[in-house]
Design a binder for this molecule. Structure first.
Ligand code: NAG
Ligand code: NAG
Ligand code: NAG
Ligand code: NAG
Ligand code: NAG
Ligand code: NAG
Ligand code: NAG
Ligand code: NAG
Ligand code: NAG
Ligand code: NAG
Length: 454
């Protein structure tokens, strides 16, 4: 793209946004102005029409093209010169991280892409540097400089400048913490390398999350390493003390770095992202606010379904501005909220009553008021000069939220086929009562993004 053209476009957008930022009407969805600048491409976005074909929809997200991470100058990173890591060893991971953690989108992408990719990059950087240093950890001084340098590099490529906060990474995370062994040769002599590499050299994220082959091998290796010089203070050797558990955990990080030193960076990245997807898909990252309003309107016997659904609707809209979640996380969130509601005396299936879908738990995207659930498999945001930042939404998700029948059991990908019901044809036709009221938060997010560049 010609530079003159993109600059004009930037100016137009800035003027437009300055106007809209002053217009507080703009933040809620139903403003007439805002959604117009935030277009979603419709190529494959037809989930409501043909839920039976297997949809592979791509939902290019609203980032206007002037915000080019790689062609715009975001400044030259100010490096400390005191970090021993070799950044070129993880060059392409750094680029991927910069997009996954892009500017003010980072908090919304934190749990589905940004932080897992940021963590993986740090592990690979240390693993690769051990090829020269023979050490699988940095000392505290180096760790501080390195974390800051990595953030500098990422910010210079468009990433949010606060990644350590967003992803709760501190310099200690790059050190040995309490693990007693960090020397590569020593670890080679303690662990069964061929066993570890056989289990973790390549993983299939779907089966790994079920059978945990690699995760078990990592725990096993970490336990073996942690036992070096370890004298159990407990008389009963079978009991593991809390300190020892922490130590094993810290040694797991060392084992991951060891793995990243034995694999090429790209393969290591795949393994690390696969492992973190197993972990995140077992959780619901949303924060549930107080639910007294629902329990008042929907508790015990529901006398006024409209009031009950209004309360549900306003409650769910508070979940919808938190972050993107994966489809499996949405199942977990639905189960968790259902459980909490049942504890608050809401005994009837209010999901059914109020037509709550799984995607209603997700951040809402675009003027379609459509939820965007991320795939459960590791997935990245991508950048291209014409459409900006894009990512895949799993739109095969016009699925009614299942009302939990017993206690909360985290869903894993092992059970996915049994837990996600077949898409009911009626759902899309009847989505009215609830879905029309969803609010759009990404308008707000993109306004923030653009504001950053003013
Ligand atoms: C840094 O890594 C790159 C790519 O892996 C390699 O070619 C280069 O030799 C390394 N530089 C140093 C100083 O280790
Ligand atoms: C990473 O991005 C930089 C510019 O930010 C670019 O020069 C470099 O070629 C990219 N590297 C890879 C491996 O994509
Ligand atoms: C960290 O390592 C460097 C180089 O080996 C050394 O100069 C520095 O004193 C160490 N810092 C600490 C706190 O151990
Ligand atoms: C970093 O360490 C803190 C504890 O100091 C821990 O809570 C956090 O989860 C760690 N972060 C990562 C990414 O491992
Ligand atoms: C851990 O130690 C046990 C007992 O020595 C050994 O059988 C096992 O293979 C080791 N595990 C790994 C991953 O090295
Ligand atoms: C390492 O593990 C492999 C496969 O589990 C096993 O065949 C081999 O005997 C082990 N090697 C050692 C030294 O324990
Ligand atoms: C409960 O409803 C009241 C009145 O509609 C509202 O002001 C309040 O913010 C709601 N509380 C929560 C936690 O949603
Ligand atoms: C998101 O929801 C919370 C809780 O209701 C609210 O306080 C906050 O203002 C909302 N943020 C946005 C950007 O809409
Ligand atoms: C649920 O109902 C019981 C009996 O009606 C009542 O004692 C209890 O306080 C209610 N709990 C909540 C959270 O409303
Ligand atoms: C899968 O589902 C079955 C029954 O529905 C349950 O017993 C089992 O614990 C689930 N497995 C996982 C890993 O969640």
């Amino acid at each position: 793209m010609k530079e003159g053209v993109s600059q004009t476009l930037i100016l137009q957008l800035i003027v437009f946004l300055l106007l809209s930022l002053h217009d507080s009407q703009c933040i809620p969805l139903r403003s007439t102005v805002c959604p117009a600048i935030l277009e979603i491409k419709h190529d494959a976005l037809t989930p409501d029409i043909s839920p039976s074909v297997d949809p592979q929809p791509f939902l290019p997200l609203l980032a206007p093209s002037p915000l080019m991470p790689f062609t715009n100058n975001y400044g030259v990173p100010k490096l400390s010169g005191l970090c021993p890591l070799n950044f070129s060893a993880a060059e392409s991971m750094l680029n991927t991280t910069a997009i996954d953690c892009w500017a003010s989108f980072a908090p919304y992408l934190a749990n589905v892409a940004c932080c897992p990719q940021f963590d993986a990059t740090l592990v690979i950087l240390i693993g690769q540097s051990s090829l020269y240093s023979q050490k699988l950890a940095l000392n505290v001084t180096h760790a501080r400089h390195c974390l800051s340098d990595v953030e500098q590099i990422l910010t210079s490529r468009g990433a949010n400048e606060n990644l350590h906060k967003i992803c709760s990474v501190n310099p200690e995370n790059l050190t040995e913490a309490s693990c007693p062994v960090i020397d590569v040769h020593e670890i080679d002599s303690i662990v069964n390398s061929s066993r570890l590499l056989a289990a973790c050299g390549r993983i299939d994220p779907v089966s790994e999350c079920c059978n945990q082959f690699c995760q078990n091998a990592i725990s096993d290796a970490a336990r073996n390493i942690s036992l070096k010089n370890y004298v159990s203070s407990s008389l009963d050797g079978a009991l593991i003390s809390p300190e020892h558990l922490v130590m094993i955990d810290d040694c797991k990080s060392i084992v991951l770095r060891w793995l990243a030193s034995k694999l090429d960076p790209l393969s290591a990245n795949g393994v690390l992202r696969g492992l973190s997807s197993c972990k995140i898909n077992k959780e619901c990252p949303l924060v549930f606010p107080d639910m007294r309003n629902i329990s008042k309107e929907c508790g015990n016997v529901i006398s006024n379904p409209t009031a009950c659904c209004n309360a549900m609707e306003s409650y769910v809209s508070q979940l919808q501005n938190q972050s993107f979640i994966t489809n499996l996380q949405a199942l977990n969130c639905a189960a968790l909220l259902g459980m909490k509601l049942q504890k608050a005396n809401v005994s009837s299936n209010v999901y059914n009553l109020c037509h709550i879908n799984l995607k209603d738990f997700s951040l809402q995207v675009g003027s379609q008021e459509s939820g965007c659930l991320w795939p459960s498999l590791p997935s990245d945001a991508t950048y291209d000069a014409t459409s900006g930042i894009s990512f895949i939404c799993d739109l095969n998700d016009n699925v009614a939220a299942p009302w939990p029948s017993t206690s909360f059991v985290p869903t894993s990908s092992c059970n996915i086929t049994t837990k996600i019901p077949a898409l009911p044809k009626a759902t899309s036709a009847e989505s009215g009562l609830y879905q029309k009221e969803l609010t759009l938060s990404l308008v707000f997010a993109s306004l923030l993004v653009l504001k950053l560049f003013l």
